[in-house]
Write a protein that binds this ligand. Structure first.
Ligand SMILES: [Zn+2]
Length: 335
């Protein structure tokens, strides 16, 4: 598995005490190093303005370039170096996509700042440019359809807004209902040509391992198999974990790693192993390191020590959500 990383990602700060801190990547790197998993590491070049324009408006790009020191929303701050580092994260996402496409094996973009809350003409939620959307557009220069699976605990409103009217991008999101950004209801299925190509699974608080297992079996796996993407992209947020301080789902580290393993196996069956992962949120550094190192190790058929493996959701607490999604998506997919 190719890892895409740039030391500059550590120089991106929001405020002191902000949960989206460089410590997140420090913890991931430390665990990867400890477990001898830092082998195939690539340093990306920044994205160009032309690249960014595939996803964002000129006005938005110009706004982020010029904002310098300032506040974009309540939780998203810009400093003079933010723009340059965001360009490196965007370039890193493109690199991950290209690597997974050319080498037919998974790639992991350990990127900061994250991207899935950035839409065509807006930033927010710690995001400036939509890294994964840019990666998807890079892939679409070579293939006809891609599938995005977003397992961050927050709905990827930016990614959803960018692709909601298109059928060449399938967007599947699992998230907690009732928290930031407030979007992603189960009955939103995309618009115009994109109807049925947006699948939202908004779980109630406390949902965890058994809910994700059921969602995989009953919705995510069948839809991926029917859509038959030529490449897959995954927004990995570690914030659906039970240790996470910003949300209240209860997914375990083992649950995450097992889910990623199923995604990689599906990519091998459907699209020659062309799958790439993009770091989004995840604010408990120990849990985040567990998850990312676990995924990288799993790909090599190795196991890493897992610190946070308790299972809290034994009763499929998201069952009602899954049933509702099946009903609403029944016109588009055989579920
Ligand atoms: Zn998140």
């Amino acid at each position: 598995m190719t890892i895409i990383y740039h030391p500059q990602f550590l120089n991106h700060y929001q405020d002191s005490y902000h949960p989206e801190s460089p410590q997140r990547l420090v913890a991931i790197n430390a665990k990867l190093e400890e477990e001898n998993l830092l082998e195939d590491v690539l340093t990306p070049d920044p994205a160009s303005m032309n690249d960014l324009e595939r996803v964002h408006t000129k006005d938005h790009i110009e706004f982020i370039r010029r904002v310098g020191e300032g506040r974009i929303d309540m939780d998203t701050v810009s400093h003079k170096e933010t723009f340059e580092i965001a360009l490196l994260a965007a370039g890193g996402a493109m690199e991950a996509a290209q690597k997974s496409y050319l080498e037919k094996k998974p790639a992991m973009g350990l990127l900061r700042p994250p991207g899935h809350h950035a839409g065509p003409d807006y930033a927010g939620g710690f995001c400036y440019f939509n890294n994964l959307a840019l990666a998807a557009e890079t892939l679409l220069q070579d293939v006809k359809k891609v599938a995005i699976v977003d397992i961050d605990v927050h709905h990827g409103n930016g990614t959803s807004d960018i692709f909601c009217k298109r059928s060449d991008v399938l967007y599947l999101s699992t998230h907690q209902w009732g928290i930031y950004p407030g979007t992603g209801p189960f009955n939103y299925i995309g618009e115009e040509d994109g109807q049925g190509f947006t699948v939202n699974l908004p779980f109630p608080s406390r949902s965890g391992d058994t809910t994700y297992d059921a969602a995989w079996e009953e919705i995510i796996s069948p839809i991926l198999n029917q859509y038959k993407p030529e490449a897959m992209l995954v927004s990995v947020g570690g914030d659906a974990h039970y240790m996470d301080p910003l949300a209240s789902l209860t997914w375990s580290s083992l649950g995450y790693v097992g889910f990623a393993d199923k995604l990689i196996k599906t990519a091998r069956q459907l699209c020659e192993g062309r799958i790439s992962f993009y770091l989004e949120g995840g604010y408990h550094t120990g849990a985040l390191a567990d998850i990312i190192a676990g995924i990288v190790a799993k790909f090599r058929n190795e196991e890493t020590p897992i610190f946070f493996g308790e299972i809290y959701d034994l009763d499929v607490l998201g069952k009602e959500t899954i049933e509702r999604v099946k009903e609403i998506q029944a016109s588009y997919w055989n579920l």
